[in-house]
Design a protein around this ligand. Structure first.
Ligand code: FAD
Length: 621
């Protein structure tokens, strides 16, 4: 049947990419349909119920700064929060939250159901309506035809999904959910490059059968961090601890003795798995000399006894999984509630996408999430938001929008994917960003919320809260700059006591704050009233301490922008350019770009490589 209402945007899949895509499009005022297999699984975490971590919290905060759901859902569902790398510089600091999977899912569903312009419909999409290389709508597996201007595909691990437990195989999108086979076949008939990837998950344990007395307790941080810029501690449910266990030689012997029963090592699984989230079989292989591996025993929620043993993802047969688990101290009597498994699925080469995440071959069709070869909820959510907003802009007849690499991790993520492609599940790291000092998790709102407001993604209340915060930061920085401490004064004595050095001359509070030994709390009260908003104080401190480095990175970006039109000589011998990798030399020699801007758009030519080219050109002159 033809569905009577026409939509601006249809989003297929209610996972992390799909929910952010649908919410973004609807926030921008587009009539949006979210079509998903099962309304009960909206926002479901397929694997570990945890959000954030290094590189990933940066993406969550960017989603949040653009009005998305993930940060707030984490604050509503988070049962343990920690700041990783807390003692290192702010560029690599990252917030991580263990979530109650039921509360997280409920929070996402609540936001979807309360979002104006958004219609949710439960059914599998089986086909795309395509005319003249342009998508026109979607047909469900029972034959309902929905029409729209644009379609965003966010089907995760479901396309042609095959689940492996030992040498047993079954078809599924993840445990308990059907695969998407009709749609997978349809997509394989279109001109996209398609390949297989795999990922895996550990067995879950019953907490009643675990001896916590021999495990190391890992409480959350105090005071408890928040994830969203609008988050408050009083939103969090009760906070609990995680625990740490360890594999041992016996565990490793069991795994080695059974590798021939692992589908990965017997050649049954062909898809490549995530390098940075390896299975326990992979770890045995790659770190053969290590006598023990850490396992984080993490709660799945407040109202369940199920535990997630983070670090023993496996596709070994169930009898081996049980032996592995029971070989670990504290888990000798553990009961497995769900076996671990690996899943193989289709993904599409992201080099067939534009920066907007629209496909190059089918107009108005966008791909986001695991379907593009990434792994992780955060990577999926960030792409979903970008694809959703661009699908909405296309439906409105507007130009595409995306952030640059120096503006957001989202810019790095999309640029990496569409220029480099990926051979293994791609996850975000701070090391992937050239301008880490600018792209901190603490300033995603200052980088993006204004753009989000202009795009129609940021509502009145977020904009008001952001404006108040931004003004407070400016006001407080100005106050510190204009407040002086004189040698010999009581304020100077306080500084001298903290630093152990005499104050030789007059200093402003802002200059004092630049000293490594002094924090905002040490200086702000010396003259006048400090602010009591922690986020404002933190921002004032980071900006003061890192301004020199931040300015230098900004200069580098400005310099590159200024030199974009610089011509590259046609006879340039790239083998003579010192500091370029062999791969980049080869690509440049083949493509022979006319300008630095053209060079920078060649897949794999990074901003660092462009900078090297610029230096080489200057030396040639
Ligand atoms: P998903 O969360 O998979 O959501 C896809 C959605 O699309 C689902 O709601 C599904 O029902 C719906 N859907 C699919 N096909 C159709 C259709 N035809 N019609 C309608 N709806 C459809 N990530 C990590 O970072 N680390 C890990 O260790 C890790 N391990 C994992 C282990 C397993 C077993 C699985 C399954 C995933 C794992 N992940 C891991 C990946 C993580 O779950 C994904 O990266 C993330 O969920 C991707 O989000 P997504 O929105 O792209 O897709």
């Amino acid at each position: 049947m033809e569905y009577p209402d026409r939509f601006d945007v249809i989003v297929i899949g209610g996972g992390h990419a799909g929910t952010e895509a649908a919410l973004a499009s609807a926030r921008m005022g587009c009539q949006t349909l979210l079509l998903t297999h099962n309304i009960e699984t909206l926002g479901q975490m397929s694997c570990n119920p945890a959000i954030g971590g290094i590189g990933k919290s940066h993406l969550v905060k960017e989603i949040d700064a653009l009005g998305g759901a993930m940060g707030l859902a984490t604050d509503l569902g988070g049962i343990q929060f920690r700041v990783l790398n807390a003692r290192k510089g702010p560029a690599v600091r990252a917030t991580r939250a263990q979530a109650d999977r039921v509360r997280y899912k409920a929070a996402v569903r609540g936001m979807l159901e309360n979002q104006p312009n958004l219609t949710i419909f439960q059914q599998a999409a089986g086909d795309l309506l395509v005319e003249n290389d342009t998508v026109r709508g979607v047909v469900t597996e029972t034959g309902i035809r929905f029409h729209a201007e644009t379609v965003v595909l966010c089907t995760g691990t479901f396309l042609g999904g095959v689940i492996h437990i030992g040498l047993e195989q079954s078809r599924g999108g993840r445990a308990g959910d059907p695969p998407s086979n009709a749609l997978a076949q349809r997509l394989r008939a279109l001109p996209f490059r398609v390949d297989r990837l795999k990922t895996g998950t550990p067995p879950r344990l019953d907490a009643k059968s675990v001896d916590f007395s021999v495990l190391e307790e890992q409480p959350g941080d105090s005071p408890t961090p928040v994830m969203s810029y609008l988050g408050r501690r009083d939103m969090h449910p009760r906070q609990v601890s995680c625990h740490i266990a360890h594999t041992n030689e016996r565990t490793h012997e069991i795994i080695f003795a059974n590798l021939d029963r692992s589908p990965m090592y017997s050649g049954v699984i062909e898809g490549v798995g995530p390098r940075y989230c390896p299975s326990i079989e992979d770890k045995m292989h790659r770190f053969a000399d290590k006598a023990s591996h850490q396992i984080f025993i993490e709660p799945e929620g407040l109202d369940t006894h199920e535990l997630y043993p983070n670090g023993i993802s496996t596709s070994l047969p169930f009898d081996v999984q049980l032996q592995v688990v029971r070989s670990i101290q504290g888990l000798e009597n553990a009961h497995i509630t769900r076996p671990g498994y690996a899943i193989e699925y289709d993904f599409f080469d992201p080099r067939d996408l534009k920066h907007s995440l629209e496909t190059k071959f089918i107009h108005n069709l966008f791909f986001a999430g695991q379907i593009n070869g990434t792994t992780g909820y955060e990577e999926a959510g960030a792409q979903g938001l970008l694809a959703g907003l661009n699908a909405a802009r296309r439906a409105k007849g507007l130009e595409a929008w995306w952030p640059r690499r120096d503006e957001a991790y989202l810019g790095v993520l999309v640029d990496d994917l569409i220029t480099l492609g990926t051979k293994e599940p791609y996850r975000m790291f701070t090391s992937r960003a050239e301008y880490r000092l600018l792209l901190r998790e603490d300033n995603a709102d200052l980088r993006l919320t204004e753009a989000g407001r202009a795009l129609g993604l940021v509502d009145e209340s977020r904009w008001a809260a952001f404006s108040v915060k931004r003004e407070a930061i400016e006001r407080e920085s100005a106050r510190l700059k204009a407040s002086w401490v004189q040698p010999g004064s009581a304020a100077a004595a306080s500084i001298e006591e903290k630093t152990g050095k005499p104050l030789a001359r007059e200093y402003s509070l802002l200059d004092l704050l630049k000293r490594p030994e002094l924090g905002y709390g040490d200086v702000a009260h010396l003259t006048g009233e400090p602010v009591d908003d922690e986020a404002v104080a933190e921002q004032v401190q980071i900006q003061a301490k890192y301004q020199g480095y931040i300015d230098r990175q900004q200069d580098e970006i400005d310099k590159l922008k200024r030199h974009e039109a610089t011509p590259l000589p046609t006879d340039l011998d790239y083998t003579l350019v010192e500091g370029l990798s062999h791969e980049i030399r080869q690509k440049l020699a083949e493509a022979r770009p006319a300008t630095l801007a053209q060079a920078s758009r060649i897949s794999g030519v990074t901003p660092a490589a462009v900078s090297i080219l610029l230096i080489h050109l200057k030396k040639r002159r």
